[in-house]
Design a protein around this ligand. Structure first.
Ligand code: SF4
Ligand code: SF4
Length: 209
């Protein structure tokens, strides 16, 4: 995929937001390509992680959120372990997905987001995964109605899947943790407003590259 570079005037804003949300300073990336060379998902991705980080450095937000790359990232952390500058690229991919959701953007691939939703709902409702519910809702919402449909009954008969959901004994504690995570996210959003969008004195953009 080719890009025409169009700088928006505050190129560092996107990188600052990512730094506030993740603590990762993307100004340290000198585009060596080591991360992309090791990423097992690049054949499926619109662009490798190196290019994703360059779009962030250049503040090219629209082009960034159009890529399927963050949504196909398997969080395997190969890129993170290969980076000579110890940049946590896997975490940045996670944060980019989170930012897309906070902006209300529809991802270019539907399935990973649907999976996230049904997975978290199952954990919220039962304190653990209820696989038959997860499979049913995932197939319904991702519009793959008959995917693996033959496997379910066989697994149920062999006792590999529970028929009914069981609630975790620590459900209240787990919901407390989820509520804290949500509050933390809101707090980060406020910091982004204050620091990333405020600009000035936090130069983590492409300067010097
Ligand atoms: S964490 Fe994501 S971007 Fe990094 S190597 Fe694995 S799949 Fe690729
Ligand atoms: S390995 Fe690190 S320095 Fe090299 S391109 Fe990837 S993020 Fe940038």
């Amino acid at each position: 995929m080719k890009y025409q570079i169009r700088l928006a005037g505050d190129e560092g804003r996107l990188a600052r937001e990512i730094k506030v949300r993740s603590g990762v300073d993307l100004a340290k990336c000198y585009q060596c390509g080591e991360c992309t060379a090791g990423c097992p998902m690049t054949p499926e991705m619109d662009a490798g992680p190196t290019k994703v980080l360059r779009l962030v450095q250049l503040g090219m937000e629209q082009e960034l959120f159009r890529l399927n790359t963050p949504w196909l990232c398997a969080s395997c952390e190969t890129c993170t372990s290969r980076c000579p500058n110890e940049i946590d690229i896997a975490l940045v991919m996670d944060v980019i997905r989170q930012m897309a959701r906070l902006r209300g953007l529809e991802p270019p691939v539907r399935e990973p987001r649907v999976f996230q939703d049904v997975f978290l709902k199952s954990v919220h409702d039962y304190g653990k995964l209820y696989e038959p519910g997860l499979i049913a809702f995932y197939n319904l919402k991702s519009r793959h109605l008959f995917k693996d449909v033959g496997l379910g009954p066989r697994m149920l008969l062999k006792g590999k899947l529970p028929l009914l959901p069981h609630r975790s004994g620590n459900l209240a504690k787990l919901r407390e943790i989820m509520a804290k995570a949500k509050a933390h996210e809101e707090e980060l959003g406020r910091k982004v407003e204050e620091r990333a969008h405020g600009g000035g004195g936090h130069g983590h953009g492409p300067e010097g590259h």
